[in-house]
Design a protein around this ligand. Structure first.
Ligand code: F6P
Length: 343
């Protein structure tokens, strides 16, 4: 029997456990594979930190958020003898293939290990940000959008009671997908995304006109959105793998600017990690389970260096390297279509 290692890396995401369950159930029941779980992303194979992963371990985990395997952002290419240590630990555990569930960083490592070092890896894409170009959707996104939408619904009633501006900051890193989808679903009055620099003056004149019409405005701002007419303080100036500067506090900053420029009272809600916690939506359980079932089939076929992806309603396989090389961001035409264009 073949033995397969499974790991989850990067930020956690609702649906990770559903993937693990899909892999293990099909692998054990249909192919008689054995499994081992590596703890905390790439730290597990680096340090030989393993946990048993059979049918008992995956029982009851489908609706559970987080990941039973733990996660980290450890990168073996930044560790001394990283690749050698991974090879040694895989040999020790008699693991002959790895299924790696993660975002750009985790899958980037899997692509290199597979393509350059001959370690057989299959990838499963994961991010609440929905910004991986090779797949139409990633699991976790629908759950995050649902949580943000419910928050916006609730903020409408408190905003109206006090006739205040409410600014809601949502996650998404350098992509505006969560902001766009939740903003539209929640009936937000302005949606500001990283793909399009926004004008604070335009936001303010629109806020003023909303008050004249006796509405309390809701502004959804993606954490990565940037003003074109204002000074926003950068967190630490550090760059991510795409060369983008990481920001902090755009929601708080914008609410202050709105108050200063319009004289209207404004408050900020930063949704933060609430968007990543808790039970996955039905759609995310469905997608995550299908990804798991297809990932184990890729292992069975010896189709390594590949990642499963959703295209329309089909699950396909694409080279991991290709999938992680380009961000999927919001198209200006789609943004304009939604009718909240502050460019
Ligand atoms: O990529 C998922 C994500 O939640 C982003 O939306 C966010 O920018 C980032 O992770 C937060 O990272 P951390 O969990 O390290 O605070």
């Amino acid at each position: 029997a073949r033995k397969i290692g499974v790991l989850t890396g990067g930020g956690d995401c609702p649906g990770l456990n559903a993937v693990i369950r899909g892999i293990v159930r099909k692998g054990v029941q249909e192919y008689a594979y054995e499994f081992v779980g590596f703890r905390d992303g790439w730290r597990g194979p680096l340090e030989g930190d393993v946990v048993p992963l059979g049918i008992p371990a995956v029982r009851g985990i489908l609706p559970r958020g987080g990941t039973i395997l733990g996660s980290s952002r450890t990168n073996p290419f930044k560790e001394e003898h990283g690749v050698r240590r991974i090879k040694e630990n895989l040999a020790k555990e008699e693991v002959d293939a790895l299924i790696t569930i993660g975002g750009e960083d985790t899958l980037g490592v899997a692509a290199r290990l597979s393509d350059e070092f001959g370690i057989p890896c299959v990838g499963v894409p994961k991010t609440i940000d929905n910004d991986l170009s090779a797949t139409d959707y990633t699991f976790g996104f629908d759950t995050a959008v649902g949580i943000a939408t419910e928050a916006i619904d609730r903020l409408h009633t408190t905003a109206e009671s006090h006739m205040r501006v409410l600014v809601v900051e949502v996650m998404g890193r350098h992509a505006g997908w969560i902001a766009l989808h939740s903003g539209l679903a929640g009936g937000a009055n302005a949606i500001l995304i990283p793909e399009q620099r926004f004008s604070v003056d335009d936001v303010c004149s629109w806020v003023t006109s909303r008050f004249k019409a006796s509405y309390a405005p809701i502004v959804v701002v993606a954490e990565g959105a940037m003003p074109k007419d204002g000074e926003l303080v950068l967190k630490d100036g550090s760059l991510d793998s795409f060369g983008h500067v990481r920001l902090s506090g755009v929601g708080e900053w914008l609410a202050k600017e709105i108050e200063r420029r319009t004289g209207k009272e404004a408050r900020t809600t930063v949704l933060g990690h609430v968007q990543r916690g808790g039970t996955p939506s039905a759609f995310d359980r469905w997608l995550a389970t299908r990804f798991g079932l297809h990932a184990i089939d890729a292992v069975r076929d010896g189709d390594f260096g590949k990642m499963v992806a959703l295209r329309g309603t089909d699950i396909v396989r694409v080279p991991i390297a290709e999938a992680t090389s380009r961000l999927k961001t919001v198209d200006p035409a789609l943004y304009a279509e939604v009718g909240v264009f502050f460019g």
